[in-house]
Design a protein around this ligand. Sequence first.
Ligand SMILES: C[S@@+](CC[C@H](N)C(=O)[O-])C[C@H]1O[C@@H](n2cnc3c(N)ncnc32)[C@H](O)[C@@H]1O
Length: 277
Amino acid sequence: MRKNYVLTDSEYKDICSLVYQNTGIILNEEKRKLAYSRFSRRLKALKLNSFGEYCDIVRAGDKNEMTHFANAITTNLTSFFRESHHFDRLVDDVMPALLKKPSRKIRIWSAGCSTGEEPYSIAIAILKKFPNIAAGWDCKILATDLDSKVLETASQGLYKAQGLDTLDDPEISINWFKKGIIDGVEYAQVLPQVRELIKFKQLNLMNYPWPMQGTFDVIFCRNVVIYFDQVTQKKLFSHFSKVQNIGGYLFIGHSETLKGFDTDYKNTGRTVYIKER
Ligand SMILES: C[S@@+](CC[C@H](N)C(=O)[O-])C[C@H]1O[C@@H](n2cnc3c(N)ncnc32)[C@H](O)[C@@H]1O
């Protein structure tokens, strides 16, 4: 039988503050129903009687529960070649500039990669335009997310083929995916040469200092900061700057901006920024 839990105002306040402290994500009154539905599943799984008891477990920092807690509240909407102008900009303008680097090393970070469509789109766009990149260049894409569940999908690179129907260029589905049927449903798996360029890792962007060494020529952090408040966004942009050299690029989502923040980045086209100091 389905149990109906009561979420009091003070319990919701506690949940909001725990979510903010642990993920940077801001919840408001509009998100109350969503939070109720996502977290009541955890109450059920843990056989708890109240949200208060659940908050105590989270507050105690139980490692296993922290993973479920974060996974429960993230929004993972994504798609292949989302905001396609970014991939054109990457291969038409950014990559040709990077291919002048004497080090022959290119590092790209997809921060908040969700189920992997973003880093795979980056890799496909690059391989399509520069098919021999792997031969002469050390080109790697790091793809990270807070949510461990989405990273499982991302690592497999296995998607319902239907998700490719919206692509402007049908050749992408033909040339870069292997198709198969599982339980009567058509699936598409990203080809090994694309997957080889990418390393997936779990990373909470709020946990500074980040463990990565070295700098990134390009950072994609799209449709992630939209869930954060201004203080958290400012801090994140300043940390991105610390892992980029002057001339590094930062791509953000269509409804995000660096305007109003005093950052090291200068706008250089539609939601694309370059580190200038
Ligand atoms: C809406 S998706 C965006 C996916 C992709 N970048 C795109 O634009 O299609 C936002 C992602 O940010 C991740 N995220 C949210 N808070 C995060 C945090 N504190 N650290 C790392 N990733 C986070 C979520 O788990 C989610 O997968």
